[in-house]
Design a protein around this ligand. Structure first.
Ligand code: GLU
Length: 277
């Protein structure tokens, strides 16, 4: 029986794109299990009132989900354990760079490598030697942990996954470079938490928007490193506004709540999101 999930971050109000994604995941579960997960590792941006609004808006749309709801901030030990396993494989390194330093380094480099969302991390801290790392840590400089994607890929060899929309995919995690697996302020990151949670929750089919397609390359690599069986994937199209722009949480005008306040019914909002049931 399929196990699917909808995994929003409580950093704003859900909009039509989230409505579509949640309905898509619920539908894909069929007679199986539909889970809701709150991705709240970014303590600076997540708000309890947005979490409350997620429950309310989804219920208003007519969705039900299984309890308990997994809240990522309550499971930091699971991510620490996964990091320990990756550390033992020697595929992590501490990165002391600030955002500004990374930008400056990218600007200095001719032909800095580009990823789907802009320039990739230029690998500055990967090149530090053992003593430089130890010194910076001893000085108390804050650091993130990055995946040494080259070393990781050499360890796993070729990897594949199946996408219901696009068929068999060859994983090319190098596309995203040395991603962060533990932030300076949290013992995890989006990529690590999603991979660990989908495994621990027994998710068999990951459904989400095409905007996260590139991330799946990294998640497949992490699954292989951590010894997890890969789920199946189905990346769906994105809801766009009239000008063809994808909706973001910032565009509150498209918030489910705004339509609700205007007096639209749940069925009307489901249709506006492009869902035909
Ligand atoms: N939390 C992510 C978001 O809000 C989605 C995670 C996922 O579906 O993998 O976009």
């Amino acid at each position: 029986m399929p196990v699917t999930r909808f995994a929003p971050s409580p950093t704003g109000l859900l909009h039509l794109g989230h409505a579509y994604s949640a309905l898509f995941a619920r539908h894909a579960a069929g007679d199986g299990h539909f889970l809701l997960r709150i991705e709240d590792i970014d303590a600076g941006r997540c708000r309890p009132e947005f979490e409350a609004a997620i429950f309310e808006d989804l219920a208003w749309l007519g969705l039900t989900w299984e309890v308990p709801v997994r809240r990522q901030s309550e499971h930091l030990d699971d991510y620490r354990a996964a990091l320990d396993r990756l550390r033992a494989l020697d595929v992590l390194y501490p990165c002391f760079c600030t955002r500004k330093e990374i930008q400056a380094e990218v600007a200095r480099m001719a032909g800095a490598p580009q990823g789907p969302d802009g320039p990739l991390y230029p690998g500055t801290c990967r090149r530090l030697d053992r003593n430089e790392r130890a010194r910076s840590i001893a000085e108390g400089r804050p650091y993130a942990l990055r995946l040494d994607v080259g070393a990781a890929v050499r360890r796993t060899g070729p990897l594949f996954w199946h996408d219901r929309g696009r068929g068999r995919q060859t994983a090319t995690p190098e596309l995203l470079g040395d991603v962060v697996l533990a932030r300076k302020d949290a013992p995890t990151s989006y990529h690590l938490a999603v991979t660990v949670d989908d495994h621990l929750q027994g998710v068999t089919l990951v459904t989400r928007g095409l905007d996260l397609f590139a991330s799946t390359h990294v998640h497949r690599l992490l699954q292989a490193l951590l010894g997890y069986d890969p789920p199946e994937y189905h990346h769906h199209g994105l809801v766009t506004d009239k000008s063809g722009q994808r909706l973001a949480k910032r565009t509150d005008a498209k918030a489910i709540r705004a339509y609700r306040d205007q007096g639209l019914t749940p069925a009307e909002v489901r249709r506006l999101a492009g869902w035909t049931d």
